[in-house]
Write a protein that binds this ligand. Structure first.
Ligand code: NAP
Length: 257
């Protein structure tokens, strides 16, 4: 069965690894091309946008894709919207791995806002020491609040994004551990953390560290993200693919093919 994984996440890498070892599936993974040195994938890999929903329809048709798994990040809403549109048009089954959101725990102080611009506003008029853990392209929103001191952690440098004047960059890719995150927040005397609600374990340590140190979190809410059949993990996506495969085999034998 020919499968396309829309990737760029831990779950996508896990699914890719599992499918690479399974001869029943002929798998391609697609990456947006946002990071300069993406991890090497053990299956056929394509990199870069498809050109909207129409471009994705063309690609799926040419590839003769038989099932799609959208394993993109909870904040990647455009590609998911395109996946739903293209798969609906071509009647290709689509599963979406939806990573459960983090829920506030006792001791957490979260202020939830709609986007990076609202997060910059929420930092307030008093100068603060802020740890930014958003994507590099979202850092520009904080140029409108230049009176704070920022530490920003990104995978790649932000390139030509206009940054606030007092910002120091750290480079890092998860998973992060709680001890190191606590030490970082203490060393940098951070008094506010800005985060997405990414869910999952790889980047949760900063939330635990903030709880432990009594640091408030400005949490950028998830965008509404269209989805197909929802599953929570790579293993559940495999189970769904196996069902699709069994369904196809049954229909083919019923038709005597
Ligand atoms: P987005 O806003 O949903 O997508 C913007 C455009 O990028 C899409 O319309 C599509 O271009 C292209 N694109 C996105 N994901 C793609 C993929 N897997 N393969 C091919 N093209 C893709 O996405 P985003 O928020 O920029 O995220 C880009 C990638 O980074 C995603 O794969 C996501 O899983 C990963 N990521 C995102 C975040 C985040 O916070 N947003 C965090 C970690 C990882 P066309 O319309 O031309 O096809």
């Amino acid at each position: 069965m020919r499968v396309l994984i829309l990737g760029g996440t831990t779950e996508a890498s896990e699914l890719t690894r599992l499918l690479a070892a399974d001869p029943r599936f002929d798998t391609t993974v697609s990456l947006a091309g946002r990071t300069a040195n993406p991890k090497t994938q053990p299956v056929r890999t394509r990199i870069g946008g498809f050109g909207g929903a129409d471009g994705l329809v063309d690609w799926l048709t040419l590839d003769a894709t038989q099932a799609v798994v959208d394993a993109t990040h909870p904040y990647a809403d455009q590609i998911s919207s395109n996946a739903v549109a293209a798969c609906t048009r071509l009647a290709i089954p689509l599963a979406s791995i939806i990573r459960p959101a983090w829920q506030p725990q006792p001791g957490d102080t979260w202020l939830t806002v709609g986007n990076a611009e609202a997060a910059a506003d929420a930092l307030g008029p008093k100068p603060r020491r802020v740890f930014l853990t958003l994507g590099r392209l979202e850092l520009g929103a904080f140029a409108s609040a230049p009176h704070h001191h920022y530490i920003a952690r990104t995978i790649d440098p932000p390139g030509d994004v206009a940054l606030p004047p007092d910002l120091r960059l750290l480079s890092g890719r998860g998973p992060f551990d709680r001890k190191a995150e606590t030490a970082l927040l203490e060393r940098e005397k951070i008094d506010l953390l800005v985060s997405k609600n990414s869910g999952g374990a790889a980047t949760y340590a900063k939330i635990e560290a903030a709880r432990r140190l009594g640091i408030a979190v400005v949490m950028v809410a998830r965008p509404p993200k269209p989805y197909g059949h929802t599953v929570e993990s790579a293993e559940a996506a495999i189970a769904w693919l196996e069902q699709r495969l069994a369904h196809r085999t049954t229909s083919c034998s019923a038709r005597g093919v």
